[in-house]
Design a binder for this molecule. Structure first.
Ligand code: GUN
Ligand code: ZN
Length: 436
């Protein structure tokens, strides 16, 4: 058992429906076998548990671990390829790199780099877009297992339009996916994600095979891309006889509360109604949408339609793993949308990067907030003394203001500790609590 002592900030209720930031100064969290078993004023908990070891994290603030609901493992080494729209970026940057993962040794190195990126950014749970090769996905599961992170991932499948080495067939996709799911789904903190790359590269037969795999692996998640780029959307409509993009998945029964579709920058109102009716979630990927010039995300339309929205870094089109940066970019976009925008507070940004992600992944009862009964997945934000974020935090007049500064100024180097299920897993920036 450990008694954590910190300023604890989280979002137990949805700020889009009136919820507020919860902030407790000098809060005690008692963690037993990875689970928070008591929460309250530190001195009160200390009286009840006088002998438990105390970890004093009163400097800085303790937040729930970040939840990244859309991030591509094979793309960690190509982050920063700017200047191209989606389909050109895929052809020139992403797909040539992804073909290299046919070599399992190479894939192991990429998986290690990728996991380090997540941990460093304080991402404790992620829905990871895998690779087109079963050996590479196996390497990703293995790296995730060793890291202790909560990772949902799977074989990416396509059967048309991509370079030939990335293609499969519906039968092979199903067989390889089942094999990977049998090996990894439900092991430790790992789960399987059925992952056709996007309808543009997936025939109806392949999507039907995906639906079968989803049914055969109880508790698996469905993920793909949707409505990201106007040219892509036109091509999908042409290939599917004029169909709306969302419907290409929906007609195979792939959209359920366990589905997460990335982007949705250009949805029609009927598509939003379909997503809401199915309970499917959308992973908003703000830096990717800006980097590829995909468009300005219509968050207000999603919220008004009742569609669940979470955040994704979309590495490597996105410009890094840090969800503080994604939150800030999400805020910028809503500001730039003027009347159509939905002004975001720091509570919204924390919700989107933690509890909303947990909810989108079906893990809302386990992680996302630091309440009694939840897993202790947490990050300790502690800037170096004298750094502008440290100055800002010292001079903030409220927690909302302090948290806004974290999103405005925070980077991965301000994350001084990362815990998953009560285990301290961070590597790079770990700092000893109580330093002078
Ligand atoms: N659509 C299909 N594949 C991809 C990808 O790798 N990145 C993004 N941003 N969109 C995609
Ligand atoms: Zn993506």
């Amino acid at each position: 058992m450990t008694l954590f002592r910190a300023t604890v900030v989280d979002t137990p209720s949805n700020p889009f429906t009136g919820g507020r930031l919860r902030s407790d100064d000098d809060c005690g969290l008692l963690v037993q076998l990875g689970v928070i078993t008591a929460r309250g004023p530190f001195e009160t908990l200390r009286r009840v548990h006088p002998d438990e070891p105390v970890l004093d994290l009163r400097e800085g603030m303790l937040l729930p671990g970040m939840v990244d609901t859309h991030v591509h493992f094979p793309q960690v080494r190509i982050i920063g390829g700017l200047g191209l729209p989606l389909l050109d970026w895929l052809d020139q940057c992403a797909l040539p790199e992804e073909m290299r993962l046919a070599d399992v040794d190479h894939a192991r190195g990429v998986a290690r780099d990728f996991v380090a990126g997540l941990v460093d950014a304080g991402t404790t749970t992620a829905l990871v877009f895998g690779a087109h090769y079963a050996g590479a996905v196996d390497a990703m599961f293995d790296a995730a297992d060793q890291s202790g992170l909560r990772v949902t991932t799977g074989l990416v499948t396509s059967d048309r339009l991509l370079p030939e080495p990335l293609l499969t067939t519906p039968d092979r996709a199903r067989a390889e996916s089942r094999e990977l799911a049998d090996r990894w789904h439900g092991k430790g903190r790992l789960r399987y994600a059925v992952t056709p790359r996007f309808s543009l590269s997936a025939s109806d037969d392949l999507l039907e095979a995906c639906a079968q795999t989803l049914a055969e692996v109880p508790g698996s998640v469905f993920t793909s891309h949707v409505n990201e780029n106007l040219h892509e959307i036109r091509e999908v409509a042409r290939l599917f006889g004029g169909s709306a993009y969302v419907d290409t998945y929906d007609r195979h029964g792939l959209l359920t509360p366990r589905a997460v579709l990335a982007h949705d920058v250009h949805p029609s109102d009927p598509e939003l109604r379909t997503l809401a009716a199915r309970g499917a979630a959308v992973a908003h990927c703000p830096t990717s949408n800006a980097a590829l010039g995909s468009g300005l995300f219509p968050l207000r339309r999603h919220v008004d339609a009742g569609v669940r929205v979470s955040l994704g870094s979309d590495v490597g089109a996105g410009t890094g793993f840090c969800l503080f940066k994604e939150g800030l970019q999400a805020y910028f976009v809503q500001q730039l949308l003027g009347e159509a925008g939905l002004p975001l507070t720091s509570a919204h940004l924390l919700w989107l990067s933690t509890a909303a992600g947990a909810d989108a992944l079906g893990l809302g009862e386990e992680v996302g907030v630091l309440s009694v009964g939840r897993q202790f997945d947490a990050i300790w934000v502690l800037p170096e003394p004298g750094d502008p974020l440290a100055v800002g935090l010292a001079n903030a007049s409220s927690t909302d203001e302090a948290l806004s500064k974290v999103f405005a100024l925070g980077t991965t180097s301000d994350i001084a500790g990362v815990w998953v299920g009560g285990e301290q897993i961070a590597a790079g920036h770990w700092r000893r609590p109580g330093r002078p």
